[in-house]
Design a protein around this ligand. Structure first.
Ligand SMILES: Cc1ncc(COP(=O)(O)O)c(C=O)c1O
Length: 467
């Protein structure tokens, strides 16, 4: 049986807690002071000043007792360690991909792939590039081209697979510019587009178009297990398949994958590049040695590889996936009932508030999503992240263009918070929603040249965030 007795409908956390970590309560005055010290950038806060930390689901989850046990087995040999072979077998077992290169996290896999496969002037289509993927593509002088379906740009439009790629648009790019496209990527789930899944049908269509044009397809597979479970729930013909079977089918359509194992690897650090092309893999290994380490540890400790070998399988367990997706959906239902605009349907790992719709009186130039994320911290000690014009507004030529959407993402760490935390979140969000008219925007006072959202500094554009 994969869930509780069918007579009972409550979806419970499918684990019990063995180690606890206290969280610290602060006053609004303390949070105001912390915000000022951090230059109104939530990345600059001390984590101890945060009550519920939904900045990211990346590397922030709780490991299982099996993972901790696995870590005791970690083989720290520099070359050919046992732990690598366990990790490699886990990745090959799930993905069916031949060559497996461990990396310290996802962006290292991206950097290595971009380093060996791209050259200046190339184009990389993706449903939507994540920020590090975009930055790595652009760092080699190539163009990161987002081709989401139109529904992805409409937060309130319900679509079961809003992460899908626009296959027609891809065809046109390949027909027009094929020689400039060394690879195509699909991000599952589509993080920047709302944590939305990609359907198997869409993956199949994208794969067919790529292969007709002789272009390899790579998955950015950080949340492959969540994507597989959405397919099980929503796509015809998959209800009786296991998430593992579905994941295997997804990977069979692609030529390679980059992975941040800090997500569905259920670990605090790690990643990999997996691919079938032996020649490309050899080039990638040479680059891996240059910056990450020997190919059987790739920037990780042997014990990390053990934690990943276990975690990659645990992410595919149905009771876990059911509880995880339901927690997010539950919060989404509470917000929808209170008319708080958000990306619908809710995604796998996060709630995405539509700050553009919630704060129509805050102009794009005053970064409404950034301001909203600061107010969530100020009012409730909740840390979220802006996915809007601060993250995506600056263009490669230095000019400024408002992002297509002004979103605030509340990402759920895996196996970390319980139902009462989610109820508290609902209360904070409803409170902030009720004061929407009093929220004001921010002004950027300092920013680095790339990935500015991590370190830029801000101040309230009208004296205070809440007037
Ligand atoms: C879709 C996606 N791709 C790539 C990455 C980068 O992974 P990492 O943070 O491990 O470098 C992330 C991280 O959040 C992500 O969500």
């Amino acid at each position: 049986m994969t869930g509780p007795d069918p007579h009972f409908t409550t979806i419970i956390e499918p684990f019990r807690i063995k180690a606890v970590e206290p969280i610290r309560f602060t006053t609004r005055e303390q949070r105001q002071a912390a915000l000022e010290a951090a230059g109104y950038n939530l990345f600059g806060l001390h984590a101890d000043d945060v009550l519920i930390d939904l900045l990211t689901d990346s590397g922030t989850g709780a490991m299982s007792s099996e993972q901790w046990a696995g870590m005791q087995r970690g083989d720290e040999s520099y070359a050919g360690g046992r732990s690598f072979f366990r990790f490699e077998a886990a990745v090959q077992g799930i993905t069916g991909l031949k060559q497996v290169l461990p990396t310290h996290q996802g962006r290292a896999a991206e950097r290595i792939l971009c380093g060996v496969a791209l050259k200046p002037g190339d184009i990389v289509p993706n449903n939507t590039h994540f920020d590090t993927t975009r930055a790595n593509v652009e760092a080699v002088g190539a163009v990161a081209l987002d081709l989401p379906i139109v529904e992805a740009r409409r937060p309130a439009a319900e679509h079961p697979f809003k992460g899908n790629m626009d296959v027609e648009a891809l065809k046109q790019v390949l027909e027009r510019e094929g020689v400039r496209v060394p690879l195509v990527m699909l991000t599952v789930t589509n993080n920047s587009g709302g944590g939305q899944p990609v359907s198997m049908a869409n993956m199949r269509a994208v794969s067919a178009v790529c292969h007709e044009h002789g272009v390899p397809l790579f998955l950015d597979c950080c949340r492959y297990a969540e994507n597989a479970y959405f397919i099980k729930l929503r796509e015809e013909g998959y209800a009786d398949k296991t998430p593992r079977e579905i994941a295997r089918e997804m990977f069979a359509l692609v030529d390679g994958a980059t992975m941040s194992a800090k997500k569905d690897g259920m670990a605090n650090i790690g990643g990999f590049l997996a691919l079938n092309d032996d020649g490309l893999a050899e080039k990638a290994r040479n680059l891996l040695i240059l910056s990450e380490g020997f190919p059987t540890y790739g920037g990780l400790a042997g014990y990390d590889l053990e934690a990943l070998a276990v975690g990659l399988e645990e992410a595919l367990e149905e009771p876990y996936l059911r509880y995880r997706l339901r927690s997010v959906e539950y919060l989404g239902e509470r917000l929808k009932a209170a008319d708080i605009p958000l990306v619908l349907p809710t995604g796998g790992h996060a709630i995405y508030l539509d700050a553009g719709a919630l704060l129509p009186h805050v102009p794009g130039s005053e970064y409404p999503a950034w301001a909203l994320s600061c107010v969530l911290y100020l009012e409730g000690g909740v840390r979220s992240v802006e996915i809007g014009s601060v993250m995506f507004g600056r263009q490669p030529d230095g000019s400024e263009k408002p992002a297509a959407l002004e979103l605030v993402r509340l990402a759920f760490p895996r196996r970390t918070y319980t139902q009462s935390h989610v109820d508290y979140l609902a209360e904070v969000l409803l409170h902030v929603g009720a004061m929407r008219e009093r929220i004001r925007g921010v002004r950027m006072t300092q920013a680095p040249a790339v990935l500015r959202h991590f370190t830029a500094r801000f101040e309230p554009a009208h004296g205070a965030l809440v007037v």
